[in-house]
Design a protein around this ligand. Structure first.
Ligand code: BV8
Length: 245
């Protein structure tokens, strides 16, 4: 896309990078029509704060409300298609000698786009698990929330809520990729939620070139080598195009 300001120095860094890591947030799915985590919730959900609903306490207090919020989001995600930003990361996975995709998103759109190895730090809204046994449950009856066919406990989305630990091993894998890469891309995230938001700083500490792709500033912006002020669906394809060949 003409007019996008991609520094030639960054193009060279991408061309030369042996190990690339990318951390994505809900901003990369915004152009697929999935509201970002901090966008005002639309319609029915306008009065709820996602940070309040995405907690074990909210689920314990009002399982029906939390379950129906996730059903609403699941429907949104179910009708969403990957956008050029997701697809550019699939191409980058093919092109870079080593590429690690780390996502905070729970929408599964990276996998739908064709990304093979995706580290899902916060789980996946398309999976459902027993709230007691922790096992993934494929088939279940009605109910809001439905109950586990094995033990009768409520089922819940297989996502990480605020105050919950990340899935075992995911943060370690992500941290290893951040510390071992030459180039770290932070894409479409407000860089506010930890421990995910700590990953670009680990990359900085390890001497990687860190790039932020976001229409807005974030707490990370002052620390990055390149801040590309634009939408992922435009910037990423342009960055790939400029560094091909
Ligand atoms: C935990 C899944 C430890 C659920 C989510 C320090 C260390 C450790 C923890 C903490 C800490 N300080 C505080 C904590 C607690 C907490 C936290 O970080 N709180 C914040 C609010 C301060 N962290 C946790 O609770 C984590 N757990 O650390 O456990 C522990 C536990 C027990 C005992 C001891 C220790 C778990 C956090 C995970 C929560 N789950 N999601 C669900 O989705 O329902 S978080 C959710 O919000 C997202 O997954 C994402 O991670 C996060 C932020 O969202 P973003 O993706 O960044 O999206 P956002 O809307 O914020 O921003 C969108 C961005 O995109 C914007 O910047 C916008 O400008 C940009 N954008 C818009 N359009 C575009 C675009 N960019 C590009 N292109 C576009 N077109």
């Amino acid at each position: 896309m003409p007019g996008l300001d991609i520094p030639s120095q960054l193009v060279e860094v991408l061309r030369a990078a042996g190990r690339v890591a990318a951390l994505t947030g809900s901003g990369i799915s915004a152009e697929s029509g999935v509201p970002t985590f901090r966008d005002a919730q639309t319609g029915l959900w306008a009065r709820y704060d996602p940070q309040e609903l995405a907690t074990p306490e909210a689920f314990a207090r009002n399982p029906r409300l939390v379950w129906e919020w996730y059903e609403w989001r699941c429907d949104l995600v179910g009708s969403a298609e990957p956008n050029p930003g997701h697809r550019a990361l699939v191409e980058l996975e093919h092109r870079a000698p080593h590429f690690t995709l780390i996502t905070q998103n729970v929408d599964g759109l990276h996998q739908t786009a064709g990304s093979r190895a995706v580290i899902e730090l916060h789980g996946n809204i398309r999976r459902t698990r027993c709230s007691q046994e922790g096992i993934i449950v494929e088939e279940y009856g009605d109910g809001s929330p439905p109950r586990c066919p094995r033990c009768g406990a409520f089922l819940r989305p297989d996502v990480v809520w605020f105050g919950e630990m990340l899935p075992a091993g995911t943060l370690e894998l992500a941290s290893e990729a951040a510390r071992g890469c030459d180039l770290f891309l932070s894409i479409g995230t407000s860089s506010l939620v930890y421990p995910a938001a700590g990953l670009p700083y680990e990359a900085l500490e390890s001497g990687a070139t860190v790039v932020e792709i976001n229409p807005s500033e974030t707490p990370l912006t002052p620390r990055v080598h390149f801040a590309l002020r634009g939408r992922a669906g435009e910037v990423l394809p342009e960055l790939l195009a400029r560094s091909s060949g």
